[in-house]
Design a protein around this ligand. Structure first.
Ligand SMILES: O=C(O)CCC(=O)C(=O)O
Ligand SMILES: [Fe+2]
Length: 349
């Protein structure tokens, strides 16, 4: 983030990152120059593999500080009791009708044509929207990692404003048998994010935070997402996953009811669905289905244009946190207004 903030500015940038820890909110500053951005491209230091060979699992009742610690250390964390089977069934009923029967899926980004998808998930599934995306743990973590709190000057008068996160994309990934593994990648590639290699996490480093809610048990055999804990601290040089491509790579296997949260800079990719057809227990689906949502910083462009995807009459029925995350509240001090007014007034008429 700090590199991006410095990109269009010849002078010294003071990027204030929003930091909420055990002791409440505090402000931290990072100084970046255009040179720091160039260093991100030129970094040739070897990739360092951290020992974390698994993804930490925490219960909902754990303090938020433990989730923050896990994301800072590993770049990812699993919530053990995120939801329950009845809620997943409800979401499934809402999403499944949109999972087309067509053989060819999208070829875009890391998608290679086999994976079936459901876009516009926020509008299509009230359960995904209000039970998963609006989940307070996920939203508090979005606020902690993505909110920007910056002091700027009007002459000699300082003004500190906060820009809150936005939904970037909401999508279901449904992997049928025979799908091969995705190349390990960072999702913040979409925003051309640049990363300097660091030993420990720096506030304001990420501009995306993802939530993955599996609709079925996921395992190595059915293509559980492959993740590389600690890789959020790496630079932009070619990643080294060892001779067989699996060094440092962990299968984020989950039971139904669990959910996975990761920073946008973490290397990951959908796994291969190797299990032969016909091996699923009766009544169980023969595909691996995961609902994924990503939030971005409030000053970045969303991946899915929410204003064209979700009609205003529908948005009026959404909860306040979802309306705000779709961009129906301006980013302070003044981004995203209508007639110079924060747009939520349009939702009350
Ligand atoms: O399906 C998955 O597990 C991850 C998909 C993914 O990372 C992507 O399409 O960018
Ligand atoms: Fe991805």
């Amino acid at each position: 983030m700090s590199e991006l903030a410095g990109a269009g500015n010849q002078g010294l940038n003071i990027v204030a990152a929003y930091a909420k820890g055990r002791d409440g909110f505090k402000q931290q500053s990072a100084r970046t120059t255009p040179q720091a951005r160039r260093l991100a491209f030129e970094s040739k230091k070897p990739t360092e593999h951290l020992p974390a060979a698994r993804v930490k699992r925490l219960s909902r009742s754990a303090p938020l500080s433990l989730f923050i610690e896990a994301l800072e250390q590993d770049g990812c964390v699993i919530i053990k009791d995120f939801t329950d089977e009845a809620t997943l069934r409800q979401a499934d009923e809402e999403v499944r009708p949109f999972l087309g029967d067509e053989d060819e899926g999208a070829v875009v980004g890391a998608l290679q044509g086999k994976t079936k998808t459901v876009t516009r998930l926020i509008g299509r599934s009230p359960t995904v929207r209000e039970k998963f995306f609006a989940d307070p743990i996920y939203q508090n973590l979005c606020e902690r990692f993505l909110a920007l709190n910056t002091t700027h000057w009007y002459g000699d008068k300082p003004l500190t404003t906060t820009s809150h996160p936005l939904l970037s994309i909401s999508i279901t990934f449904d992997i049928p048998p025979g799908t091969s593994a995705q190349g390990l990648h960072r999702d913040d590639k979409n925003h051309h994010a640049r990363h300097t290699r660091v030993k420990s996490y720096e506030n304001g480093r990420d501009m995306l935070l993802g939530l993955f809610v599996p609709a079925c048990n996921t395992s190595k055999a059915n293509g559980a997402t492959r993740v590389v804990p600690g890789s959020h601290l790496w630079g932009d040089d070619m990643p080294d996953f060892g001779a067989d491509g699996s060094q440092g790579v962990v299968d984020a296997e989950m039971q139904m009811g669990e959910a996975f949260i990761m920073l946008g800079s973490l290397y990951h990719g959908g796994g291969a669905y190797d299990k032969p057809l016909g091996t699923a227990k009766e009544g169980q689906r023969e595909s691996r289905t995961v609902h994924a949502m990503f939030s971005c910083t409030g000053v970045h462009r969303q991946e899915e244009i929410s204003f064209l995807s979700y009609p205003i009459e529908e948005v009026k029925t959404y909860s306040k946190i979802v309306q705000e995350r779709l961009g129906w509240k301006q980013s302070e001090p003044n981004l995203g207004w209508v007639d110079l007014k924060s747009p939520e007034f349009l939702l009350t008429t």
